[in-house]
Design a protein around this ligand. Structure first.
Ligand SMILES: [Zn+2]
Length: 231
């Protein structure tokens, strides 16, 4: 639907404090509350003039189907992404699926998964039950980050990205380092998770949402890198 502006119109800011909800196993309160306060009006800024077809979000996998409502919510969130990101997804034929659960191995508590063997991002409805809408956006953009990093960007292995991340890591308190211990190491998995997370928050920001204050404070070099890379 080319003329219909894709917007996350259902998302409202209830001005309530949400408690942090684990996204993947590494997510914890250290990262602050999930982003809030989406402003739909800001979205048009991110859209380039040549708006292409919406990205389809498939309903269901081997674990079954989801409600149309959840499928449409996920599709709105994916299509709220700026065109540059959507074009990368299209160019690599990344499949996005909303499903009750995962038909590939996933870490306990995972809200979304990217499977690089099938180029598929899966967002779990079950895992998002009772969670604020903002968590759904952050999950979707995090998995999109993994997809693009793995398929086209390779940014988590980029020296500039790693330099920015290391600058932030170095400045973390000992307690914070300990709480994020699995993600502090200088291995590719930890870099990929950090990339996906900061990519997600930058896309949240680009679609009119807000980066959690604490993440912004603790990962300012990384976010500065992301803002430059994804203006
Ligand atoms: Zn991840």
């Amino acid at each position: 639907m080319p003329e219909k502006h894709s917007e996350v119109s259902e998302i409202k800011d209830h001005n309530t404090e949400h408690t942090a909800v684990p996204r993947e196993i590494w997510m914890n309160e250290a990262w602050g509350p999930p982003p809030r306060s989406r402003d739909v009006a800001l979205e048009s800024k991110a859209d380039s003039p040549k708006k292409l077809q919406d990205i389809e979000v498939e309903n269901g996998n081997k674990t079954g189907k989801v409600s149309d409502e959840f499928n449409q919510r996920t599709a709105k969130i994916i299509n709220a992404l700026p065109e540059d990101v959507k074009q990368l997804l299209r160019s690599k034929n990344v499949k996005v699926v909303s499903a009750p659960g995962f038909d590939v191995p996933a870490p306990p508590g995972a809200l979304g998964v990217f499977d690089d063997r099938t180029n598929t991002v899966t967002i779990s409805e079950r895992a998002h039950e009772g969670k604020p809408e903002e968590v759904l956006s952050a999950t979707a953009y995090h998995e999109v980050g993994h997809a693009l990093d793995g398929l086209v960007l390779s940014e988590s292995s980029d020296a500039k990205f790693q330099k920015a991340l290391e600058a932030d890591r170095k400045a973390l308190s000992l307690a914070m380092k300990r709480s994020l211990v699995d993600y502090m190491s200088k291995n590719q998995d930890a870099y990929a998770e950090s990339f996906a997370e900061s990519f997600a928050y930058r896309q949240v920001e680009r679609t009119g949402g807000k980066i959690p204050d604490q993440f912004l404070k603790l990962f300012q070099h990384t976010i500065t890198y992301m803002r430059k890379k994804y203006p």
